[in-house]
Design a protein around this ligand. Sequence first.
Ligand code: ZN
Length: 223
Amino acid sequence: MAASTIYARQQSTGRVVHVEDVVKKTGDGYRCTVCESQLIVVKSEARKRDWHFRHQEDAICAGTRNDFLHEFAKQVVADNTSIMIAQSKRIGYSNPRMEAAFQSYWSDVLIDSEDKDVHVEIVVTHDLGTEKTRAYEKSNTKCVRIDLTEPALLTADKQAIIDAVLNQWDNKTLIGWQQVAPRELSFWEKAALAAVITVLVAFAFALLEWFFNLLFRPRYSRR
Ligand SMILES: [Zn+2]
């Protein structure tokens, strides 16, 4: 048994392509991104919604729609040069590398942005573990997590997936970036701050009193 897919690796280029972009007549070869076996293009002009790649009859493939979507999303990042990472914040990037090493882990795509490494993690099924998230935070290594767990994306057309990866911002999480949101102070930090302010205010009053005396107390009154 093997699932059909709307994505496949084009043999001539090594890129993962959506079935929408396949020109059947060229006779180009396509392989499964999971099991690497040869796929058959099923693309009839009459039924656009049914376009897909099919495994050979005897193929055994464990690949799921989630796996295929994950591979295509990586290709989308690799093919482009800018991405929305937060509300009204788009970053430009260059030099995308797939499957990059990060400490003892792998990230989906590594990009260069503003002279810094930024790891891109695409979540379809497997989220980043707590340890990997902490490793990014502790080392101040920038990571953009893209949430593609929305089930409709599994069957979405090409443009909808490109939009979800590059142009949508509310599905992105920044890990290991210097967050601008101020942290809430703890009880003891508030207490310490209050003590410091009290001392400063007391000192200011003492200073004021001294200055007042200096100015207004008649110097020759004490004889
Ligand atoms: Zn396969």
